[in-house]
Design a protein around this ligand. Structure first.
Ligand SMILES: Cc1cc2nc3c(=O)[nH]c(=O)nc-3n(C[C@H](O)[C@H](O)[C@H](O)COP(=O)(O)OP(=O)(O)OC[C@H]3O[C@@H](n4cnc5c(N)ncnc54)[C@H](O)[C@@H]3O)c2cc1C
Length: 392
């Protein structure tokens, strides 16, 4: 296979598929989107798919706001479905995080996100099975919820194909051709593709691909398990997604009877995993520990039933924020990697950003300076307000 492409996008997760779609939609012909596995075959396919807008950093909140709106109107905007369920999201906090939470909610309201602060008593009224004794308040977003990440990525890939994008699955990038500081091609295990523009959206493999262009991006691939429990018969009533800033966990309703639990504790991101060999199942100790955690917030889960779980990889950077930038080491080489466990909900906005960066030379829709490649070298990291860095 020897081909020529205007742009090659490496990685067909939610972000790669959205980027390919947005570039094609803006008129670029001859885009190749490739993945060593298949669409959503990496972390996107393991994702919990929570679509919240609550971030303490305004750029992220604005990206999440716009992306949520796309997920909700996916069929009209993109075509196909993202499987969006508008069940609401609550960020529940103790007094420790109350001031930061109230400040964030003010910012959210200013930028047009529908959200408000509820007291612990209000939260208990909203969800009678909630144990709220250690909570001070919660930020409620009625319009948020969760989507189906594999479905959303596949719908973007299908929409991209309708716009003329060529999707190459089971095609692994093994090298980049760089001559005199300019990208000239992509070397894959199925042959070469001549191109002057490459976008690296390869998640936990992001540092490996960046290194092929002589760039250094600090990414720690780390393993994140989630556990699925069946709710007992008395708790089959609708409930929102809960982000529990006290116990460092989230609880996401899954259909009518299920509830999915994951951790938001940053310590998990510090253990480096080998992306090639990391286990994709949740072990017994994790199922037991996560079951204990949810029982602290919803004691009724004492009667719940563990149904198993799985694990996926995060691509964690030192400040838990992505690098979205053109890389000076190689002209024509762009990166959108290091989403650090919160990149599904941002997918639609990431597509817009990369299309602007590549086609207009700069992004005008969002202030993306906080995602610049040089920030690690400068020692100027992008920190959120909460102790849980994943929130951002
Ligand atoms: C368990 C879990 C729960 C999560 N929950 C949430 C959540 O609730 N909400 C949220 O917003 N985010 C969540 N995330 C994070 C979110 O899923 C990711 O940030 C997002 O899916 C990343 O998408 P991506 O397109 O950037 O990359 P990825 O999905 O990582 O895709 C990268 C792709 O690149 C391909 N690739 C790698 N190397 C090569 C190569 N050499 N050649 C060709 N292809 C290559 C891989 O096969 C892969 O398909 C979660 C993640 C996990 C693991």
């Amino acid at each position: 296979m020897t081909k020529t492409a205007e742009i090659v996008v490496i990685g067909a997760g939610i972000n790669g598929c959205s980027i390919a779609y947005h570039l094609a939609k803006r008129g670029v012909k001859n885009i190749v989107l490739l993945d060593r596995r298949h669409v959503a075959g990496g972390p996107t396919g393991r994702s919990s798919g929570i679509v919240r807008q609550h971030y303490t950093i305004e750029t992220l909140a604005a990206m999440a706001r716009d992306s949520r709106s796309v997920f909700e109107r996916f069929e009209e905007e993109v075509g196909g479905s993202a499987g969006f369920v508008r069940c609401g999201v609550v960020f529940a906090a103790s007094a420790v995080n109350e001031a930061a939470l109230r400040k964030s909610v003010e910012m959210h309201q200013r930028i047009g996100i529908r959200t408000n602060v509820l007291s612990a008593e209000d939260l208990r009224r909203m969800e009678p099975f909630l144990l709220a004794d250690d909570l001070a308040c919660g930020a409620y977003e009625p319009d948020s919820g969760y989507a189906d990440p594999a479905l959303a990525a596949n719908s973007y890939a299908e929409a991209a194909k309708r716009e003329g994008v060529e999707l190459l699955q089971k095609t692994r990038v093994v090298g980049l051709k760089i001559q005199r500081g300019q990208v000239h091609g992509v070397i894959t295990d199925r042959g070469e593709i001549a191109t002057h523009t490459v976008i690296n959206v390869s998640g936990p493999w992001g540092a490996e691909i960046a290194a092929m262009a002589g760039a250094e991006i600090p990414i720690t691939p780390s393993r994140h398990p989630v556990v699925l429990l069946q709710r007992p018969a008395q708790w089959r009533t609708p409930t929102p997604v809960w982000l529990d800033l006290v116990n460092g966990a989230y609880y996401k309703p899954d259909g009518r009877a299920g509830i999915l639990i994951g951790s938001i504790k940053p310590a998990e991101g510090e253990v480096r995993a080998d992306p090639e060999t990391a286990s994709e199942t949740a072990d017994y100790a994790t199922i037991a520990a996560f079951s204990e955690t949810i029982m602290k917030r919803f004691p009724v889960m004492n009667e719940g039933l563990a149904q198993g779980g799985w694990a996926g990889l995060y691509d964690v950077t030192p400040d838990w924020q992505p690098v979205i930038d053109q890389i000076p080491e190689a002209k024509g080489f762009y990166c959108a990697v290091g989403f650090s466990g919160h990149g599904f909900k941002l997918g639609p906005a990431v597509g817009v950003i990369l299309a602007e960066l590549v086609l207009d030379g700069r992004c005008t829709s969002y202030d993306i300076g906080i995602f610049r490649y040089s920030r690690f070298r400068e020692g100027k990291l992008t920190r959120g307000e909460y102790e849980y860095s994943i929130i951002g």
